[in-house]
Design a protein around this ligand. Structure first.
Ligand SMILES: *Cc1c(COP(=O)(O)O)cnc(C)c1O
Length: 373
């Protein structure tokens, strides 16, 4: 797919992930943050991200120095006013993290939680909104990276909109690959980052938001650096970020966005990720590993596999042996089920997945033999 010679480990993780030589090469130059060329680069990047989200003239993309969680915290702090109350849809660690953020920043919230292997019932969501007029906002996670589950964003958006409430979405792990049309779905804001399906390097979060809603809540953000309204105002003025921008990360993301376009856009990227996921799940099943989720809930981003209840298996030696063979997998994060995770996103194709499967097979054989000896 990219024909790159990779340096070091292949990251089969949800980000940071394996980037192409082309994206890495874009960081070879130093940019001055006030350099007009950088200002243009940054403005073009924000516009492209807004369009990728399905945003229109009503929306603005606001970047933030930091990881994805910075963007989620900024979204909740800048778009939920202290007198509002937000309903959090939780079925994994990232939903729970939004609750933790709201607790820390003093935003009132309710939680509608379901099991980590299930999705929310849109009718129940509708009932909860109808039954509590104080809930003015809903916040949801698009792909719950805890398990790898794809939440039904369209259904959630339809019900939220019909109830006349606003919807904020953490679309971190799907942005750039999963279909997303903010304007059509009436979504108020979406948070994402540079280093997942966009295949950039880590260091930049961003929120695409309705401009009027941001304006209406000017001054509510409880943090100086995570104030989306003020960051947007600075950028719309002289094009400057408040505070030092991660210039190399921006340059890498601009290159990653061009790479996305060259690949054929989000639909082509999603097709490649689906191919990766299908090859991974088939191959791992052959080795005796079972995915934690039903196939219809499994996004093509990251797969949770149930840890074998066998004497030969322990995560740490399994991880280390794979790492020695050049592959980094991810520890599990599900609450009730022992799992480990393997990512299917990044500058990787089914050739890489096949090499990983061969490594996994060798590791399983080796670990079983150790037990016999
Ligand atoms: C990765 C991720 C985040 C943010 O994680 P960071 O480590 O802060 O970049 C938030 N939500 C979801 C769903 C994610 O997958």
């Amino acid at each position: 797919m990219t024909g790159d010679v990779r340096v070091g480990t292949v990251l089969l993780t949800p980000g940071p992930l394996t980037t192409s030589a082309r994206v890495k090469a874009a960081m070879q130059r130093d940019w001055g943050s006030r350099d007009p060329e950088f200002v243009r680069l940054s403005a073009a990047m924000l516009d492209r991200l807004r369009v990728l989200a399905g945003g229109d003239a009503e929306h603005v993309c606001v970047p933030l120095q930091g990881s994805g969680t910075f963007a989620v915290e900024a979204m909740l702090g800048s778009l939920v006013a202290p007198q509002e109350r937000v309903l959090l849809l939780v079925n994994g660690a990232y939903g729970r993290r939004m609750a933790e953020i709201c607790r820390r920043i003093g935003r009132d919230f309710d939680v509608y939680e379901v099991e980590e292997t299930a999705t929310h019932d849109p009718q129940e969501l509708g009932r909860r909104l109808a039954g509590d007029q104080g809930l003015s906002v809903v916040a949801a996670v698009h792909c719950e990276t805890t398990s790898g589950l794809l939440n039904p964003l369209e259904d959630i958006a339809t019900v939220t909109r019909a109830a006349g409430r606003r919807l904020l979405v953490d679309s971190m792990s799907g942005f750039g690959a999963l279909p997303l049309d903010m304007a059509a779905l009436g979504i108020s804001a979406v948070a994402a980052s540079s280093n997942k399906c966009l295949q950039g390097v880590p260091g930049l979060g961003f929120v695409i938001a309705r401009h009027d809603e941001l304006e209406a809540r000017a001054g509510v953000a409880p943090s100086l650096v995570l104030d989306l309204h003020d960051q947007a105002r600075a950028l719309s003025g002289d094009g400057q970020w408040r505070f030092t921008p991660p210039t190399h990360v921006v340059a890498a993301l601009v290159e990653a966005l061009a790479e996305l376009e060259d690949e054929g856009g989000p639909a082509a990227r999603l097709a490649r990720y689906r191919g990766n996921r299908d090859a991974l799940v088939d191959g791992m099943r052959r080795l005796g590993f079972r995915p934690a989720l039903e196939p219809e809930l499994q996004a093509p981003v990251i797969v949770s596999f149930v840890e074998p209840k066998a004497e030969w298996y322990r995560f740490d030696p399994f991880y280390d042996a794979l790492a020695r063979r050049g592959f980094a997998i991810y520890a599990g994060k599900m609450r009730e089920l022992g799992t480990f995770r393997v990512g299917t996103i990044g500058a990787i194709d089914t050739g890489v997945i096949e090499r990983f499967l061969a490594a996994a097979e060798a590791v399983v054989t080796e670990m079983k033999q150790k037990l016999i000896r």
